[in-house]
Design a protein around this ligand. Structure first.
Ligand SMILES: [Zn+2]
Ligand SMILES: [Zn+2]
Length: 99
């Protein structure tokens, strides 16, 4: 499998696996403020998961001015990440790191 790349604008850092990529996004980048509910969430995968899990697709499209392809792309990223990483376990680890 090829290297994973941080997709956050202006970054492009590469990592050997999905977990390292998400950990980087959640720790090296500022938090993302959800445009729908104003929650502060880790940037990257966790921001995508928040929007897709907590909000409807219609809200997501409207708040972020996405088209259908942009939402599909994020749904795909979420699926790929979740097939490669135990994200709930990772979220707990990240929370422990902060504490
Ligand atoms: Zn990055
Ligand atoms: Zn939200």
């Amino acid at each position: 499998m090829s290297a994973w790349q941080c997709a956050i604008r202006g970054c492009g850092a590469q990592f050997p696996d999905a977990e390292a990529t998400i950990r980087h996004q959640a720790t090296a980048h500022d938090t993302h403020t959800c445009r729908i509910c104003d929650a502060d969430v880790p940037e990257g995968y966790f921001a995508i998961r928040h929007a897709l899990d907590e909000h409807s697709r219609a809200e997501y499209v409207r708040a972020y001015e996405f088209d259908a392809d942009a939402v599909r792309e994020r749904e795909w990223v979420k699926t790929v990440v979740e097939s490669a990483v135990d994200v709930d376990d990772l979220a707990e680890q990240l929370a422990d790191d902060e504490g």
